[in-house]
Design a protein around this ligand. Sequence first.
Ligand code: ZN
Length: 313
Amino acid sequence: MNQRHSTEAAQRPLAIGIDVGGTHIRVSIVENLCVLDGLRQSPTSAFSSASQFFDWLSDSINQLCDLHKCRSRVTSIGMGLPGVLDEPKERLLRSINVPYLEGVALSDDLSRKTNLPVTLMTDAEAATWGAYANLSPKPDRFVHLRFGTGIACGCIRDSKIKPLIRIGQEHLRMLVVDETASAKPCACGLRGCLETIASGKALLHVIQAHGLTLNVAALQEGYVRGDAWCQKLCAEVASSIICAISSVCRELQPDEISIGGGVAKHWPAMIDVVLRDAEKTFTDNKLPMPRIMKTPADDESGVIGAAYLSLQA
Ligand SMILES: [Zn+2]
């Protein structure tokens, strides 16, 4: 690297990306859509109050800035949160996974602690931007479906997040996949949400009831060794996801859909079934088929997207 390039690189603004998920919280410094070494991570369950959460965040940010000797180049913080945000995007109204952050003045408090502007967004928006930012060429209409502890869906149309219409705190109606009388009730108040079938939380309930090791990777292992119950469950979950993807396509007409999250990571065989079987459903229903793919470098989507949006704010 010559002198001029190294000077430009040294002056490029950096952003902190924070991804608060249902299972993990990740913090990193992001430069030009890349996560710098030393990403900090904690289980979400490690905290039970906002003050514990803020102390850990401040320590993590300070450690990362010291590691890279870059405090003066960090210009913003972006934070993705699991739940429903208020309209000015300053507080979390409701969150099943981090209830101790509900109602807290998150952007003001973190901004005061760090002396940096803070942009809040949902975890779905952060992951969607993270998945979209690295695509080349960029599709006009893009959807990210995220199978983590819960299920999130984000849409970018013409380089902007498209707000998805939901009623109150219910899950998206287009992600209701079971309308039969036996549809499972969902914590959101609806019945038959994809959340009750394909979220990490729902799958762990099923795994526990069946007596397998309590993690989603057990479903992958069972599938690979040819276990009949695992193969049947895989087919059922994949079929529900394809049903949801069909509804998403009717409503949002995406050119491209990326699939990410912990369930996709630990149970790749199930996503392979989705990718393999979706085309038949689309052909049968005479729906235009979007490109569907697994999200590359998916673990980092949330922090990259959060940092990226904070720099645009
Ligand atoms: Zn629901």
